[in-house]
Design a protein around this ligand. Structure first.
Ligand code: ASP
Length: 318
């Protein structure tokens, strides 16, 4: 394995703590894996003998599958564990589960949990590398990295771009990680949402806030739509999904205000007809939603690769 001085972390817990050099390094390595994933033979033996456990306390389709494929394509033994979060005493079970898994010497634990901060807590208890696959409304670092890779491959850069992140920012770990990453990389970030769905610390995060789609999208290079996360809402944040679509849904009419080359992104899963018009979502010229999914595997391979490189042979004899 070659040296990777730009990325020497034990865990990947969030984007906020990363430097521009570390993000660029992750994206550069991921770029290489995009090509590998398009070949008929997609597998290498880089992580042969390593064990990756996907520990998901919350439902996931694309992220879990993506990490599973990433591990397998690098030759690691990849195991999925789904743990229902609703019926358990979270704090206790989280640590118990962590210690049990730790005893099996996994090299990487990929963890998703409904509580913000739970993944960091777990990382303090285990010996292996921990990757945050989404913790509450806090961070989802690999999503922001795959979004950045998608933008960089399409538009050639991140610096200086105007990115409009639209919709349910309040409940979105995707938005939070993207805001950090785009700010670190020198993009201009706007948040476009009804006042009820803007987090109270939004201004501190370094974004411009808009409550009108037409104004928020004006001259944007990227339009990033977010899912209305009704499962995280207790109380009424929007009058009705129909009303919401009328004012905050992405339609061709609203998209007219963005730059002509503007790309449409969505982390999935999409609520068609709620935050995005179905035809816009499927527009093969403007929408890069499936490309985001494709590049997600490459990004996760890069994360596994770099975290293992940073640890060298550590853990092998433990
Ligand atoms: N899949 C993303 C997440 O896990 C976005 C979403 O669920 O809306 O946060």
């Amino acid at each position: 394995m070659t040296e990777s001085p730009a990325f020497a972390r034990r865990h990947l817990l969030g984007i906020e703590e990363l430097s521009a050099a570390e993000i660029a390094c992750l994206l550069d390595v991921a770029d290489g894996y995009v090509e590998q994933n398009r070949r008929p033979d997609k597998k290498t033996a880089l992580l042969r003998g390593r064990a990756v456990i996907n520990l998901f306390f919350e439902n996931s389709t694309r992220t879990r599958t993506s990490f599973e494929l990433a591990g397998k394509r690098l030759g690691a033994d990849t195991i999925n564990m789904s743990v229902g979060a609703s019926s358990i005493k979270k704090g206790e079970t989280l640590i118990d589960t962590a210690m049990t898994l730790n005893a099996m010497h996994p090299d990487v634990l990929v963890v998703r949990h409904p509580d913000s901060g739970a993944v960091k807590l777990l990382s303090e208890k285990v010996r292996g590398a921990v990757i945050n696959a989404g913790d509450g409304s806090h961070e989802h670092p690999t999503q922001a990295l795959l979004d950045a890779l998608t933008i960089r491959r399409r538009l050639g850069r991140l610096e200086g771009l105007t990115v409009a992140i639209c919709g349910d920012v309040l409940h979105s770990r995707v938005a939070r990680s993207n805001i950090h990453l785009l700010n670190i990389m020198g993009a201009r970030v706007r948040v476009v949402a009804p006042p009820t769905l803007v987090p109270s610390d939004a201004e501190r995060l370094g974004v411009e806030i808009f409550h009108d789609m037409r104004k928020g999208l004006k001259d944007a290079d990227i339009v990033m739509m977010l899912r209305l996360q009704q499962e995280r809402m207790n109380g009424s944040y929007v009058p009705s999904t129909r009303e919401y679509f009328r004012f905050f849904g992405l339609t061709y009419e609203v998209l007219e205000h963005a730059r002509p080359h503007a790309l449409i992104m969505h982390p999935g899963p999409m609520n068609r007809g709620v935050e995005i018009d179905s035809e816009v979502a499927d527009d093969i010229h403007r929408s890069v939603i499936l490309e985001q999914v494709e590049l997600g595997v490459a990004v996760r391979m890069a994360c596994l690769d770099l975290l293992m490189r940073a640890r060298g042979n550590e853990g092998v004899a433990a």
